[in-house]
Design a protein around this ligand. Structure first.
Ligand SMILES: Cc1ncc(COP(=O)(O)O)c(C=O)c1O
Length: 323
């Protein structure tokens, strides 16, 4: 039995789905959606707030402010509510409207920055707004998930340590990349403690992480349009890039078995299936992939045929009919 006295205390729920029947190759999917924020971002939210409190930057009269288009915003709203702090989430028109409602339901304020910067980047415009607010009012505290070491440290100390404990014979770990917090925390942990474990970074096509070519992307969470400062590619064994259409197909395959996951899970599982399948590794090969969130937040996008047709054309839907 797990008993908690604050929403932010539920972190690693230790749920893994064995996907060998679905994929024809063993893969343990670590599910990060079973906490009060519904995603892997609960850990960085808890760690970054704790670090700011420890450093004396964040106190009772402070207002947290952060740029997020989704899951970190929800996680910080949970942590802020649990700790009695004010929180302002700065987002843009690409943010899923139901995510914004979720953040407001948790008592936080949502500010939408309507215009991208001169180069067309909403992320840059959001960061500029946050900088301006902090300059105008010193009670605002920006955690800056893109550069804050507590982001990756949360995964080093918690996510990676849990995986290492449960899988003493782990061979390969697949991790998606947004800010790079999950990937770098896990990569550093295994490089230091179990260097033989292969670390595979997963990115989405159209993202510039790992010197990819910029292109249109519609699934939130993974990928970036500017280089992410936390990422150190030298700590990885390989990078696998997955087109969004393939990620949607994998999400639908998982859902057909009752496993409703978010878009980045489809991306990571696709990458793992391709990588493991291509090597013909036997059943003794132990592989784990991290599933950052569940699928309810994507009901109107990747699980909605009209949305899929609008963003990728009819071809992926025709492929899905053959599933
Ligand atoms: C759904 C989802 N997947 C993956 C990620 C990537 O996590 P990270 O920022 O640790 O790279 C995020 C981050 O927000 C996310 O929301």
């Amino acid at each position: 039995m797990t008993v908690i006295s604050g929403a932010h205390e539920l972190l690693d729920t230790e749920v893994y789905v064995d996907l060998r029947d679905l994929l024809g190759t063993p893969l343990y999917l670590k599910c990060e959606g079973f906490n009060f924020a519904g995603s892997v971002k609960m850990r960085p939210a808890v760690w970054m707030v704790a670090a700011a409190q420890r450093d004396g930057v964040l106190h009772a009269g402070s207002t947290l402010i952060e740029s997020s288009s989704g899951n970190l915003g929800v996680a910080l709203a949970v942590v802020a509510a649990a700790k009695g702090l004010r929180f302002v989430c700065v987002t843009d028109p690409k943010c899923n409207p139901s995510t914004a409602r979720l953040i407001r339901a948790l008592g936080a304020e949502v500010i939408t920055v309507d215009e991208p910067d001169a180069e067309g980047s909403y992320l840059a415009a959001r960061k500029e707004y946050v900088r301006r607010k902090c300059a105008e009012d010193p009670s605002y505290v920006w955690l800056n998930q893109y550069e804050n070491p507590a982001n990756w440290i949360s995964h080093y100390e918690n996510t990676a340590a849990h995986i290492a404990k449960r899988f003493p014979a782990l061979d390969t770990l697949f991790i998606g990349t947004g800010t790079g917090g999950t990937l770098m925390g896990c990569a550093r942990y295994f490089r230091e403690h179990r260097p033989a474990v292969r670390i595979i970074g997963v990115d989405t096509e159209g993202s510039v992480n790992f010197s990819g070519t910029p292109g249109p992307r519609h699934i939130p969470g993974l990928g970036a349009s500017t280089l992410m400062p936390l990422i150190d590619e030298a700590l990885l064994d390989e990078v696998v890039r997955v087109p969004e259409t393939e990620a949607v197909g994998m999400c639908r395959r998982l859902a057909s078995k009752g496993l409703l996951f978010g878009g980045s899970t489809g991306t990571v599982v696709s990458a793992a299936a391709r990588w493991l399948g291509g090597r013909g590794l036997g059943p003794s090969h132990i592989a784990v992939a991290i599933a950052p969130d569940l699928g309810e937040r994507y009901i109107d996008s990747i699980y909605h045929d009209a949305w899929v047709a609008e963003h990728y054309g009819r071809a992926p839907l025709e492929l899905l009919e053959q599933l």
